[in-house]
Ligand binder design. Sequence first.
Ligand code: ADP
Ligand code: MG
Length: 481
Amino acid sequence: MNKEIWAKFKARVKNQVNDQYYELYLENMSCRSMTENEWVVCLPDRATLNMVESSFYDRLCNIMHDVLKDEGITSEVVLDLSLEGENAEEQKKQTPGCLPLMGLNRVTDVSTPDDSKAAFRISSTYASFDTAAAVRLREESHLNTNYTFDSFIKGGSNEMAYCAAKAVASNPGGAYNPLFIYGGVGLGKTHLMHAIGNEILQTSNLRVRYMTSEEFTNEYRDALQKGKMPEFRIKVRQNCDVLLLDDIQFIEKRVETQNEFFNVFNEMTQNNKQIVLTSDRPPKEIKDLSDRLQSRFMQGLMVDIQLPEFETRLEIIRKKSRAERFFIPDDIAQYIASKVNSNIRELEGCIKRIKMAANNHEISMALAQRVIEPFYQTRTVLVDANMIIECVCRYFGITHEQMMSKTRAKPIAHPRQIAMYLARSHTSLSYPDLERIFERDHTTVIHAVTKIKEELTKKDAYLEMDIKRLEDELFNSTNRR
Ligand code: ADP
Ligand code: MG
């Protein structure tokens, strides 16, 4: 095994992955073998392996290929993930359906007997499940079975929230308690919350309960008026191991509900029962939320979901239309993705409207435009690559010649990368189009776009501000025309 190559690989992974995730999932990976056609990368336990497989595998492959390319190795190499330890294969066999328990700093396999912090010992085989009991648990959960991790489309804008939700689903009551997911409407908060619940129901016999905060408030008031508080408390606290409370901003200004929820919160978290909350804004921005609740909300893990970027929107259009058994040609999908850039619920609505308008006929660009334009006329404006290049040059004070030059000096290369990213996000131009426009090769363009995206996911505040100002400038100045 070539230690140098492995070190380069790990350094690059560290560089490209959000620090929190690197420490949590990737820092401990090791290399079992490295041949000219296969790398076997080991992870310390099954939970980490699952996580890396579902969330980082493609990225690891790309990085491996980049590293090998730098070394002048161009043969096909496959990256294989495996469990650490000689008896990895055996471990796989021994723990069917067994759910690993995950800690914040270390990941612990469920087979480790002394994990005293874990509240629930999750049943190690599915076989012990009584079907009738499982049906009852499902009914009582009030979960929507369509909202699963499988049907959730990942992208830069929701990756953090997805990973956090996955981690909670594989270790309820563990390190991330409560999990607080926030973001604008229609971005997938409720979907992720149900996905957590559905996965927990499938892999354990824990009692999951989904409620909107409005339901919580109404049921609480009702119980109070009818003298049924004991029943309410049994239902929400005792007969529940995982509480999913949607749209918690609803309890702002409701002092009594907040008090009740504070008690629910304390009792449940003290017993290592999982709480997941969603909100359209972070706790600090929920008006008149008591300080003690605010600090409780922030004691676990807070993640936000952002507006989906062009790539994710495109992927959503492709997958959702396929699910609707409706074929949308790629140029039309790109058109929709460039126009409908608000939220995923609206994207879904557009697909349905176009499907209805097409009425079992083949869809044309004219038809898509007819359906979409009236809704997005005022909000979205079409920008082209030249407008973006001009705008970025003006913003960074560089000339058009510098932008198009081959220089790699940071003051020029950075704006150029931003221009490529903006062109990719706000136009329907493909990578080959961008290669032509920017007179660069394939890898340079992809590298530029990926780099900016990754820096944005790492929450680079200066970059975020530059991009936001450029977008304002672009769309507002275009609006004024
Ligand atoms: P929120 O609770 O943030 O307002 P929802 O979870 O209700 O948003 O999502 C709105 C709609 O968009 C739902 O139908 C949901 O399934 C869908 N949706 C949101 N995000 C995604 C995603 N990443 N992948 C697939 N569908 C999504
Ligand atoms: Mg919601």
